[in-house]
Design a protein around this ligand. Structure first.
Ligand SMILES: Cc1ncc(COP(=O)(O)O)c(C=O)c1O
Length: 365
């Protein structure tokens, strides 16, 4: 088998560097809308919980504190309507990127196994398949059109990165039924679940989707976007207890645990919805301003009904759009980074400060 490194795709972001340099040279500086990293403060109550737990000399547990698991279950009941879940149905993880990248390996996949990844998509689904030596199978349409031969895992991502697309209950239910019928584990990355704008995103754990049983399903959730906690690395899984029980043992052997102060902070963050409402308002205003400016500039916005991105096109190759906007000091991500269906799109993140977003709007108008 090729080395781990040789199995990985080239890291594409280096190709954006020249455009970043152009944008940075603009009078008034760069407005970087190319990455979806939160810029607003970590809410005070979460910072307080972190510092209050600063004196944590002992090892934390991989499964998390009982209080953290209770907070996860409380959030799941409130936000996903999930019924009948208990502690064995949840597992904290060290940010969801780590999990997405290593889950196929931790589940023992290898050569001959296939992992279905949506397109366009967050590139780490493909990376995870490759790290395990498995074959990524990109799909653009419905899960139900996939060939199940050799398929071990299928990824869904709703709301989706980069397009902001939301799968409705009927689409999710069809995917769940198909995966169960073919004995394929369904992984649903729902890290933007609380960031719906023109749609109310639904979880696969919702009884309307899964029929009240989470067998064969794992939902992936993250506090990075919801609570501005990307710097803390706080995420969790919820779903099938057999799979999660195995993962717990594997991750115990591997020492994959969240720091105790982060567990304390996450417990408080999941118990509070008020800071999420405040953050949503900030994003909604930035989104509306950028959307108006892009449309005024001749862009068409597709999907984008949820998440932290506008999926924008001027029906030209994405690098032309990137180059053009970089001349105005605005940096966006070429859709090609997310697979060939993105070749004529750019992804515009609205995770910049109000001041930077206003500056982008001024330059684009
Ligand atoms: C679809 C998707 N999944 C997972 C992640 C990873 O988030 P984190 O590792 O911060 O939990 C991201 C981050 O941008 C994402 O867009």
């Amino acid at each position: 088998m090729p080395s781990l490194f040789a199995r990985l795709p080239a890291f594409p972001w280096d190709r954006l560097e020249p455009y970043k340099a152009t944008a940075a040279a603009h009078d008034g500086g760069i407005v970087d809308l190319s990455i979806g990293t939160p810029v607003d403060p970590v809410p005070e109550l979460i910072q307080d919980a972190l510092t209050a737990a600063a004196n944590s000399p002992g090892y934390p547990t991989v499964w998390g504190t009982p209080a953290l698991r209770e907070a996860i279950l409380g959030w799941l009941a409130r936000r996903t309507n999930a019924a009948g879940l208990d502690h064995p149905n949840v597992l904290p993880v060290v940010g969801s990127k780590e999990l997405v990248a290593w889950l196929p390996t931790q589940l023992g996949l290898g050569p001959g196994d296939k992992v279905a990844c949506p397109q366009p998509a967050y590139p780490t689904y493909e990376v995870g398949a490759r790290l395990a030596g498995a074959e990524p199978v990109p799909y653009t349409g419905s899960v139900t059109d996939l060939d199940p031969a050799g398929l071990r895992l299928v990824w869904l991502n709703s709301p989706g990165n980069p397009s902001g697309r939301v799968l409705d209950v009927a689409e999710l239910r069809a995917a769940v039924e198909w995966a169960r019928r073919h004995g394929v584990l369904l992984l649903s990355d729902e890290c933007y679940l609380e960031l719906g704008w023109e749609a109310d995103p639904v979880s696969v754990l919702d009884p309307a989707v899964c029929g009240g049983s989470v067998d064969g399903l794992i939902a992936v959730h993250s506090l990075s976007k919801r609570s501005n906690l990307a710097g803390y690395r706080a995420a969790f899984l919820a779903g099938d207890r057999t799979v999660l029980g195995e993962l717990l043992q594997i991750r115990k052997h591997g020492g994959m645990m969240l720091p105790a102060p982060v567990q304390a902070a996450m417990t408080v963050a999941l118990g509070d919805d008020a800071h999420v409402a405040v953050q949503r308002e900030r994003y909604a205003a930035r989104r509306a301003a950028l959307r108006g400016a892009l449309e005024g500039r001749g862009f068409r916005i597709e999907h984008s009904e949820a998440s932290l991105y506008l999926w924008a096109t001027r029906d030209e190759p994405c690098w032309e759009t990137v180059a053009d906007l970089s001349e105005e000091g605005v940096l966006v991500a070429p859709g090609e980074f997310y697979g060939t269906p993105g070749d004529r799109f750019v992804r515009v993140a609205f995770t910049a400060t109000d001041e930077r977003v206003a500056e982008a709007v001024r330059r684009l108008s």
